[in-house]
Design a protein around this ligand. Structure first.
Ligand code: E4P
Length: 219
């Protein structure tokens, strides 16, 4: 089990990695466009690598096979051991995953909404298959059976792929993804911070601190 951070913001990443709970980062073009609209992608990736550890998933922005392989090579050069090439699911995508797998490059097949897609990605050699919880739910479907069925087929056929569940909207999405069989929830900074907090924890800590501050004083 592991938790990845779904962010491209080096400040947030550095701050949250200091908790010691995280073991990787996932990004996508939408996250980077929103968080750092003026940044150069290569600078963003290098900054993320500098303030984190573990696997860093970087999504391809090109759309044909030849360009995707060139783009993948460029990202891998930043840190071949830690860079994971995030490949959007498609026929081109599967061919790219197959080619990268043969070269020993780690891949994360993304934008998955169904078990059948995840199964194909795992068979093609994907290191990770990313199921999008919030987007499945946006369509009106329960994502838990998708995660559970994907975990079943991966375990039964002894495939190497690990299931990332992203597109989290609430803390409950994280809990349900883990219960359904996700190997790695990838969580946005706001949801991760909410996971720490509990009102009863706060009042309990305040009760203890206040008792300590007021020790020895007569009531
Ligand atoms: C995960 O790898 C994805 O980058 C991300 O979680 C997608 O989330 P969204 O549905 O909020 O765009």
């Amino acid at each position: 089990m592991a938790i990845f951070l779904d962010s491209s913001d080096p400040k947030e990443i550095q701050d949250l990695f200091a908790w010691g709970c995280l073991s990787g980062v996932t990004t996508n073009p939408l996250i980077i466009a929103k968080e750092q609209p003026d940044a150069v992608l290569s600078d963003v990736v290098k900054a993320i690598l500098a303030v984190s550890w573990g696997d860093v998933s970087v999504e391809l922005t090109t759309e044909n096979e030849k360009d995707m392989l060139v783009e993948a090579e460029e990202y891998c050069a930043y840190d071949p051991k830690r860079i994971v090439i995030k490949v959007p699911m498609s026929e081109h995508g599967l061919r790219v995953v197959h080619a990268l797998t043969k070269k020993g490059v780690k891949t994360n097949v993304t934008c998955l909404m169904a078990m059948n897609q995840a199964y194909l990605a795992a068979l093609a050699g994907a290191t990770y298959v990313s199921i999008f919880s919030g987007r499945v739910r946006d369509m009106g479907y329960d994502v838990r059976p998708v995660i559970a069925a994907t975990r079943d087929v991966i375990d039964r056929e002894e495939l190497d792929a690990k299931i990332i569940v992203g597109s989290m909207r609430h803390i409950m999405d994280v809990n349900e993804a883990l219960e359904a069989g996700a190997h790695v929830p990838t969580i946005t900074p706001p949801i991760l911070r909410k996971m720490v907090w509990n009102p009863r924890t706060e009042t309990t800590i305040e009760e203890f601190n206040s008792a300590w501050r007021n020790r020895g004083k007569k009531k």
